[in-house]
Design a protein around this ligand. Structure first.
Ligand code: ATP
Ligand code: MG
Length: 390
């Protein structure tokens, strides 16, 4: 089979005039583009479409002549300006008619015909070739239409509804319908080293990572991520991952799904620290937000709370000990310096002196909220680094 046969071409539409006016940010397209790349679909274009039946119909007709898959989100609501169903019906030359089982489902959802606004009946309309896709958390069902060698998929615009319908209903159908070669990805995550320094140290690992392997380097708030992907045997990726760790072990804090708070809290747990509290200054609570948003994992110290202090307030330099915590992580962010660099001062006070450290200084790059999040990650990275010294 020729190579391109295994990588079907796809197009993506985000429907809604509010998107074209810049009132809603199109997060659906970004999420679906990432999902399609992982699955093994080649996305050749994305478009924003207005709530205009004729424009939607023309867009579907054009895309269907070029792509094996056309996915649209939005415009499945009950109001007169939700016209995605109508647009696709026109493109296919099919008529919309009420589907009794969809009508029944809508009545069930609303608790009876008398309780449902009549306009919602539009959501029970279907063309003969559309297979409805269940929406367990919303009223608009999706559509799966497989006709003339092209699959068209309609999903709701509400991101949570789209996400669930995509993973539960659309992905399994795509896997059954197309011979897909999913992308396997592994990553190595580093902190305290810049992208160009990484590139220098790993030699040809980025430009020639191995046969059928693609490599990328991305600067994120929690450091630099090296990413390797292949559509062949995922075991191939072990080689570049090991080479990256061998070259950059000093900065590497994790791989794949590891998170810096998780790794830091696990380091503390291994040192016998069961609970951690934080104190931070000039970070707008970035450390608190990161730790509070971290889902607690097995074998990790537990985060029990954080305190924000004003840099120059009386007593600000010596915050009261948070009762009940085995260790307190203290992070202070200085005013931004020259060239977008800032100094972060980190200390870890622990009841067991073996893990604690006093006033370490770390430099970070960036501005605005990113600068504050990087300061928080720098503090977590210092905690992580104590692990290698234990
Ligand atoms: P439902 O009937 O479940 O409301 P729908 O298909 O009618 O779904 P829309 O009316 O187009 O969805 O959009 C509902 C809301 O979902 C919008 O107000 C917007 O907040 C959000 N939304 C729509 N499209 C997108 C998108 N592409 N990215 C992010 N959010 C979106
Ligand atoms: Mg809409």
């Amino acid at each position: 089979m020729p190579d391109h046969a295994a990588t079907p071409r796809a197009q993506l539409f985000s429907v809604g005039s509010e998107l074209l006016r810049g009132e809603v940010v199109d997060t659906n397209a970004a999420e679906l583009a990432a999902g399609m790349a992982r699955l093994g679909l080649e996305l050749t274009g994305t478009r924003h479409l207005p709530d205009d039946r004729a424009v939607i119909a023309r867009a579907f007709a054009a895309a269907r002549s070029d792509a094996a898959l056309v996915v649209a989100t939005g415009g499945l609501g009950p109001t007169h300006d939700d016209l995605t169903r109508e647009g696709l019906a026109d493109a296919l030359g099919e008529a919309l008619a009420p589907d009794p089982s969809l009508t029944e489902r809508l009545y069930e959802r609303f608790g009876g015909p008398g309780r449902m606004p009549e306009s919602n009946l539009r959501q029970a309309l279907r063309i003969p070739s559309a297979e409805p896709l269940e929406n367990p958390i919303g009223s608009a069902p999706g559509w799966w239409v497989d006709r003339d060698g092209c699959v068209s998929v309609l999903m709701p615009g509400v991101p949570s509804e789209m996400r669930r319908m995509w993973s539960e209903q659309v992905v399994p159908r795509l896997e059954a319908r197309f011979a897909l070669r999913p992308l396997h990805v592994r990553s190595v995550k580093l902190f305290g080293i810049g992208e160009s320094a990484v590139a220098e140290r790993v030699g040809d690992l980025l430009t020639a990572p191995g046969p059928s392997i693609e490599a990328g380097i991305y600067a994120k708030d929690d450091g630099v991520h090296l990413r390797f992907g292949t559509r062949e045997d995922p075991a191939r990726l072990d080689v570049p991952v090991e080479r990256a760790i061998a070259a950059l072990g000093e900065w590497a804090w994790g791989t794949d799904d590891d998170s810096l708070p998780g790794v830091a809290l696990a380091t503390l747990a291994r040192a016998g620290v069961r609970t951690l509290a934080t104190v931070e200054s000039a970070t707008d609570g970035a450390l608190l937000a990161i730790l509070a948003g971290h889902a607690p994992g097995e074998g990790e110290a537990r985060f029990v709370g954080g305190r924000l202090v004003v840099p120059d307030a009386p007593g600000g330099a010596q915050p009261p000990r948070t009762p009940g915590a085995d260790a307190i992580l203290d992070v202070r962010l200085d005013e931004p310096g020259a060239l977008g660099r800032s100094r972060v001062t980190v200390a870890l006070a622990a009841s067991d002196a073996a893990v604690g450290f006093e006033l370490r200084q770390v430099r970070i790059h960036g501005s605005g909220p990113q600068r504050r999040r990087r300061a928080a990650y720098a503090a977590l990275n210092e905690v992580r680094r104590t692990g290698t010294e234990l």
